[in-house]
Write a protein that binds this ligand. Sequence first.
Ligand SMILES: [Zn+2]
Length: 109
Amino acid sequence: MKPLPEKIKVGGRIYDVIVENNPDMIIDDKTAGFHNPRRLTITVMSPEFVHPLKQREILLHEIIHAVAHVGAIDISEDAVRGLANILFGVFQNNDISCLSEKYEREVIS
Ligand SMILES: [Zn+2]
């Protein structure tokens, strides 16, 4: 399984991805990740505490929070949860790595 990225760019902001090893950071059964827009951090629990696939779903969940924040989109926790669940399935079941390709400007001379 690929390691998590160390940084994720959302709009013009670059978030640090932090893998948390402190189990006290788990607030409840549903919360194992955090998005901090002031510190530009996305924190997910270590695979020691959550299944690696669940960890990735949590990462996507927090990215959606970051997208909403950067885009000034008012979105409920339920909507974030629903989008993360569905999009995680889309990413898991389809090869859409073409979306990760960077645009390259063609030089016309
Ligand atoms: Zn959330």
